[in-house]
Design a protein around this ligand. Structure first.
Ligand code: AHM
Ligand code: MG
Length: 311
């Protein structure tokens, strides 16, 4: 679908509009930083998960925080870089985000992204994804795009940023809808994360054997945003990132897994931690990690049956 509806007219509720506008402003700035080669500036410090942070991770985190502060509708924020919830100067929403997912593939010039989730109220703790107000991700590739799902709206919607229109348009007016995602079908496309866990996760090894013997096509970039984006755009297949004792779960429940599950389920797909939908897991701590599988119903059911939740 290419109706080119603007993000401005798509969003009706005023406070959500302000929150999303802040995120799009930040995304345009991050996209421009990336284009200037900011991701190649070298290493900075270590975040709360013990990951090495690039300067661009820290920068992106600050750009988003500043934009959300200015919006006045955000009560608390937390991010993959600074994971404790803290006040953000406004009232209305809690926002959780991964400012720059895929920072280990910036040097190779692959697509990277920003992931976010929005909930009415002051904290994510004790709440499940099913209660969220909205979630989405920005992809910084040859095009800058936003994929967004809102609790009160059907489906997931993708908007493309057309900066050359910026002179005439409002901030949200330069984001034009170019796709609506309604269904994810079973199809022979697989994106198998954390393959090293097959060494001591025999269920995952069997699933990989199943994919190979059924001649599935491999499409995996090592960036969760482009990999999940592929699932939405092709409308078929499966993405997963299982765990084992020697290769434990890497992806963060709040900052990565639930927001993308929110998108996938709105787009007609399924999500799972190997047992239940990722939207049914209450957040107990902002730092939690978990296994994930997204995709067509049949593919996610196969993951649950073969891999399950052993680790
Ligand atoms: P990051 O937030 O440090 O960028 O890590 C998350 C990324 C995901 O985008 C991707 O699916 C996963 O890590 C790949 O992990 P690995 O490179 O360890 O296989
Ligand atoms: Mg990440």
């Amino acid at each position: 679908m290419e109706d080119h509806q603007t993000l401005e007219s798509f969003l009706s509720e005023e406070s959500l509009k302000r929150c999303i506008q802040a995120l799009t402003e930040a995304a345009e700035e991050i996209s421009s930083l990336l284009r200037k080669g900011a991701g190649l500036l070298g290493l900075s410090s270590v975040n709360t998960f013990g990951d090495q942070q690039l300067q661009i991770d820290v920068l992106a985190d600050q750009v988003i925080e500043k934009a959300l502060q200015k919006s006045g509708v955000v009560e608390s924020i937390c991010s993959e870089e600074r994971s404790k919830e803290r006040p953000c100067g406004g009232t209305g929403f809690a926002v959780a985000y991964d400012p720059l997912d895929g920072s280990s593939i910036i040097d190779t010039n692959f697509a990277v992204g920003t992931i976010f989730g929005i909930l009415k109220g002051g904290s994510f703790i004790g709440h499940r994804g099913r209660e969220w107000t909205a979630a989405g991700c920005f992809v910084y590739g040859p095009r800058t795009e936003l994929t967004l799902a809102v609790a009160d709206e059907e489906y997931a919607h993708q908007f493309i940023c057309i900066p050359q229109d910026s002179k005439d348009a409002t901030v949200l007016g330069r984001w034009k809808r170019n796709r609506v995602f309604k269904t994810i079908e079973s199809g022979k496309l697989f994106a198998p994360g954390n393959l090293r866990s097959t060494v001591d996760n025999s269920g995952y090894q069997k699933l990989v054997n199943y994919w190979m013997s059924n001649k599935y096509q491999l499409r995996y970039t090592g960036g969760m945003v482009p990999d999940v984006n592929q699932l939405l755009i092709k409308g078929k297949g499966v993405f997963c990132n299982p765990a084992s004792i020697s290769s434990p779960a890497k992806l963060r429940l709040l900052f990565e897994c639930i927001p993308l599950a929110f998108l996938i389920e709105k787009a007609g797909g399924r999500s799972s931690n190997g047992n239940i939908s990722l939207l049914d897991i209450p957040v107990n701590e902002t730092e939690e990690r978990c296994q994930v599988c997204y995709g067509a119903k049949e593919e996610v059911e196969r993951f649950d049956a073969m891999v399950g939740q052993m680790f």
